[in-house]
Write a protein that binds this ligand. Structure first.
Ligand SMILES: NC(=O)c1ccc[n+]([C@@H]2O[C@H](COP(=O)([O-])OP(=O)(O)OC[C@H]3O[C@@H](n4cnc5c(N)ncnc54)[C@H](O)[C@@H]3O)[C@@H](O)[C@H]2O)c1
Length: 323
């Protein structure tokens, strides 16, 4: 029991060495929880891990044994292969990690008598070409990528594990998460990629006309949602976004202003089939999770650019990672 009167929990965080994981682990530690990070470091964000770290694949028996040993009250399952484009290039590899890995982890949890999980799903990839905006959790999910299909499948398995094995869960459908420690060298993560380009003296890159919009949500707010969901399993999916769409042009313009960049952006061809607009209704997050975003886009972009600048000047650019 801590000074807050709350019983401290044992929380295992898969993918805890990654971008969202790093912020989530810190919040859990700040409130006194005991944390075990499980990450095979294939895409770690390069920040020191401030908790006990098990370097292992989520589907391995090593993880099952570690869960048996640690005895977590809850697992925050963030480990996944990110990247819609990558999943389109190799759908089977995506499914192996994001579907089979998730099922293996859920099975290990049950073996270790852990019956609570928070799952990182995707509001950006699950709804597909939304019929109406902002998307509601009750709208039909029609993913356009193997990555989105894997997230939807993960949610289906959560439902099954809940009905059959009594595993309580919350599936958080994040929008486009951005913030410090995101990989700016990959194919996904517009804010991180633009920060990285600006600091390398390259202009922002605009695909197509740049009017396509997404729901950009700050990583500190997402980490807070993860922690709230640890305490409040809702047995359902919950959108985590801002409720508004921001265009690629707006993001590029705002970051250019913050960085003092005045040259015109670089224009590249539109991606065929790219969804025009996607943003999320966050009513359920407000009413059932007690969550709403508190970081304005301006503040979040400023913090992100500042963190990238700091990382660059400290010579700690992300190393040894894949896109
Ligand atoms: N970043 C976003 O905008 C966004 C949006 C929606 C959903 N999500 C989901 O949120 C979660 C976290 O995303 P992120 O942006 O922090 O990604 P990330 O790549 O920075 O972090 C993922 C972490 O998981 C680890 N990992 C991957 N596969 C693993 C495996 N099989 N075993 C052990 N560790 C493994 C990686 O090494 C990495 O440290 C993912 O599930 C992702 O799909 C992210």
């Amino acid at each position: 029991m801590g000074s807050s009167g709350r019983t401290h929990l044992k929380v295992a965080v898969t993918g805890g060495a990654g971008f969202i994981g790093t912020h989530t682990v810190q919040l859990l530690l700040d409130r006194g929880d005991q944390v075990l990070v499980i990450d095979d470091l294939r895409h770690a964000c390069g920040q020191p891990v401030p908790a006990k770290l098990l370097v292992a694949d989520i589907a391995s028996t090593t993880v099952r044994d570690a869960l048996l040993d640690f005895g977590p009250d809850v697992v925050v399952h963030l480990a996944a292969q990110g990247g819609v484009s990558r999943s389109l290039r190799d759908p089977a590899a995506d499914a192996m990690n994001n579907v089979v890995g998730t099922v293996g982890l859920l099975r290990s949890m049950v073996t270790a008598n852990c019956h609570k999980v928070v799952f990182a799903s995707s509001g950006g990839a699950i709804y597909g070409r939304a019929r109406r905006l902002p998307s509601l959790e009750t709208d039909s999910a029609q993913p356009l990528s193997p990555y989105g299909a894997a997230k939807l499948s993960g949610e289906d398995y959560l439902g099954m594990f809940q009905r059959t094995f009594g595993v309580q869960y919350t599936a958080l459908r994040y929008g486009n998460v951005y913030g410090p420690f995101q990989d700016g060298t990959g194919e996904a993560g517009l804010v991180a990629i633009t920060c990285d380009r600006l600091l390398r003296g390259l202009g922002p890159e605009i695909t197509g006309d740049g009017q396509q919009s997404r729901d950009f949500v700050y990583v500190g707010d997402v980490a807070r949602a993860n922690v709230l969901a640890v305490d409040r399993p809702l047995q359902t999916a919950v959108n985590i976004g801002t409720g508004r769409g921001t265009s690629v042009l707006e993001i590029a313009g705002a970051l250019s202003r913050l960085a003092g960049w005045t040259a015109p952006p670089v224009h590249v061809q539109a991606r065929p089939g790219e969804v025009r607009s996607n943003y999320l209704n966050i009513g359920r997050a407000c009413s059932r999770l007690g969550w709403s975003p508190v970081t304005t886009l301006e503040t979040g972009l400023g913090e992100t650019l500042a963190a990238f600048q700091l990382q660059r000047s400290a010579g700690r650019d992300r190393i040894g990672t894949v896109s």
